[in-house]
Design a protein around this ligand. Structure first.
Ligand code: NAP
Length: 279
């Protein structure tokens, strides 16, 4: 099976490494020539080009993964739709689905929305790694073209992912809570700590920060462009999650202000118990 990847960054590069390891013929398309060269040298793709029309035998590609930043997904589908063979399935990996799936299917009916829930805080092809997707969840959005859905689903399955069918609207609401909100919280925690003005306290806070701080801020200290696009393209669901989160912080602050330690312990016991529902 010949597979194409547009956007050779963290996700596109990691996908290429795994697809190549399966013995598939993989071409890549990316903006920068340096990225293309690195992707080939790393073994993430067989060939990489900066112009779509330079892809050899493009019409023989069975599946194309669009792994560009969110804002470039629709323009990329518009470009691909002009040149790929009618049998080709196009899918994406973007962290939002509502702003993409319906429009993309209007442009190209064999477009299937997907979102592999895997990543690191590193940006670009240099962060690409083998087995990034193993044992992670992946959303595939249901569509009328059952055959195309099956092809996309089985490819993600073959990479070790646990695939869930989920419509774009529900997906965007769910990821607002467990992915986009944590990015904003992690970032705001870093801001709050950085604004601590006592120089000695600031010095020791920076020196003493260890695994707890690293875990709670990991996503907030990641790719700023990706975080901005999550907020921009999933604005409504994120606003709801943020305001409900503000209410939780206020509630906790009130318990602490009132020195209601039993209430604080009860709150933390519930959190300890409910965490296992998510991770
Ligand atoms: P990334 O590391 O910044 O990679 C994106 C790459 O796309 C860039 O390296 C850039 O390559 C290339 N690119 C940008 N515009 C392009 C265009 N018009 N045509 C072709 N290539 C273009 O970002 P990422 O983290 O892999 O994210 C990519 C997608 O995956 C996003 O839609 C994101 O929502 C989704 N996603 C990310 C994560 C995560 O944790 N990072 C997880 C799941 C899904 P050049 O170097 O050539 O400029």
């Amino acid at each position: 099976m010949q597979v194409g990847i547009v956007g050779l960054g963290l996700i596109g590069g990691s996908l290429g490494l795994d697809l190549k390891a399966q013995g598939r013929l993989v071409w890549g398309l990316s903006r920068s020539r340096a990225t293309c060269e690195l992707a080939v040298n790393m073994g993430a793709v067989d060939i990489a080009v900066t112009e779509l029309l330079d892809v050899p035998q493009l019409e023989q590609t069975q599946v194309i993964f669009v792994c560009t930043p969110i804002a470039q997904v629709i323009p990329t589908v518009q470009l691909l739709a002009k040149y790929v063979g009618a049998h080709t399935v196009i899918t994406d990996v973007a962290s939002v689905k509502g702003a993409i799936v319906q429009s993309a299917q209007g442009i190209y009916p064999r477009f299937i929305g997907s979102h592999p829930m895997a990543g690191t805080e590193v940006q670009g092809i240099k962060g690409a790694q083998r087995d990034l997707f193993v044992d992670r969840p992946c959303v595939v959005c249901p569509a009328d073209d059952i055959d195309a859905v099956d092809i996309v689903r089985s490819l993600w399955n073959s990479l070790g992912m646990k695939v869930y069918d989920c419509d774009p609207h529900t997906h965007d609401q769910a990821v607002a809570w467990i992915s986009h909100l944590p990015v904003m919280l992690g970032a705001s925690l870093i801001h709050a700590c950085h604004q601590q003005r006592d120089a000695k306290v600031q010095y020791f806070a920076q020196k003493l920060a260890s695994s707890g701080f690293r875990d709670t801020t990991r996503v907030g200290g990641g790719n700023p462009e990706l975080g901005r696009l999550m907020a921009e393209f999933n604005c409504e669901a994120l606003q709801i999650a943020l305001s409900q989160y503000q209410a939780e912080i206020s509630l906790l602050a009130q318990m602490i202000n009132q020195e209601n330690w039993d209430a604080v312990q009860n709150y933390l016991e519930n959190a300890q118990q409910w965490r296992s529902l998510f991770v």
